[in-house]
Design a protein around this ligand. Structure first.
Ligand SMILES: [Zn+2]
Length: 254
C-alpha cells in the first residue's frame, strides 16, 4: 500500500520481532495513528548496534521511520517505556505475549487507527508490569479489545427477541455475539450457558473503569466461567476473521 510521507516519527509498541537477513530484525509494531505496521531495524542483532536496546519486545519506543520500497525502515529508535517486568518475570512475560498476540490478530496491517488499540495495549502492559494477580487485567483487556475491534458482545438484551434480560441464568451465542434468554434458547444451536453471576461480572467489565475492576474479588470457579466465555467468543471471532482472510486471498488469486 503506498504511503504518502517519506518519513514519520511515531511511538511504537513492539508486538513481534523476527530475524531478517544477516543482522537485521523485522518488527511488527503498533502505533497510535498508523495502526499496525512492519518495519526493518537494520543491524539490530549486532552487539554493537545502538538500536539493539531500543527494539526489545513489549517496550514502547519513539521511532523515526523511513518508507522503504517494501517495508518501513527504522532510522532512529529511543526507548520511551521499558515495561521491564514483562521480560524479567516468566508469568508476566507469558501474559504480555498473549495480549500482544491478540492485538496483532485483531488488527490489520497498514490500516490507520484512531489510537484506541494503542492506548489499550500500553495501559495493559503497564498493568501487567505491576499487578500481583494479572487475571482481572487480562479479562478487562479482552472485553475492551472486543469493543475496539468491533465485536462488542450484547449483554443487556436477548440477541434473538431484543427483550431486556431477566435476572436468571442465561445462554450466550458466539455466532450472534451476545446473551440469549432461556425462552429463545431453542432457536439457536451452539449455545453456551452463562450463569447470572458470570453475566454480572461481564457487564461490570464492560461498563466500569479499570480502577473499579481491579478492586473486585472473584472466586476461582466464577472467574473460570467468565474466562471460558470470553475466550470462546474471542476464538470464534478470530476463526471467522481467518476464514474471511483465506476467502479474500482465494478471490484475489482467481
Ligand atoms: Zn429472548
Amino acid at each position: 500500500m503506498p504511503r504518502p510521507q517519506r518519513a514519520f516519527r511515531t511511538q511504537a509498541l513492539i508486538l513481534k520481532r523476527r530475524d531478517f537477513g544477516e543482522a537485521d530484525r523485522m518488527l511488527t509494531i503498533l502505533t497510535p495513528s498508523h495502526g499496525k505496521i512492519e518495519v526493518v531495524a537494520h543491524g539490530a542483532r549486532k552487539l554493537t548496534s545502538s538500536k539493539t536496546g531500543h527494539v526489545e519486545l513489549f517496550t514502547c519506543a519513539d521511532m523515526l521511520i523511513h518508507n522503504g520500497r517494501n517495508f518501513g525502515i527504522v532510522a532512529q529508535a529511543e526507548m520511551v517505556t521499558p515495561y521491564q517486568p514483562l521480560r524479567e518475570d516468566l508469568q508476566r512475560g507469558a501474559y504480555a505475549n498473549y495480549v500482544a498476540e491478540l492485538a496483532d490478530r485483531f488488527s490489520t496491517l497498514d490500516e490507520p487507527d484512531d489510537s484506541s488499540l494503542f492506548t489499550l495495549l500500553s495501559e495493559t502492559f503497564e498493568r501487567l508490569s505491576i499487578v500481583d494477580d494479572p487475571r482481572l487485567a487480562i479479562r478487562y483487556y479482552e472485553i475492551r479489545l472486543l469493543d475496539v475491534a468491533g465485536f462488542r458482545p450484547e449483554l443487556n438484551e436477548c440477541v434473538f427477541g431484543r427483550e431486556a434480560i431477566e435476572p436468571e441464568d442465561q445462554f450466550f451465542s458466539y455466532a450472534e455475539g451476545g446473551v440469549v434468554c432461556p425462552r429463545h434458547a431453542n432457536q439457536s444451536v451452539r449455545l453456551t450457558r452463562v450463569s447470572l453471576n458470570a453475566l454480572k461480572i461481564l457487564r461490570h467489565l464492560q461498563r466500569s473503569s479499570y480502577a473499579h475492576i481491579a478492586a473486585l474479588t472473584i472466586d476461582a470457579p466464577l472467574h473460570n466461567e467468565v474466562e471460558r466465555i470470553l475466550l470462546g467468543y474471542i476464538t470464534y471471532q478470530l476463526e471467522r476473521k481467518l476464514q474471511s482472510i483465506d476467502f479474500i486471498k482465494r478471490i484475489r488469486s482467481i
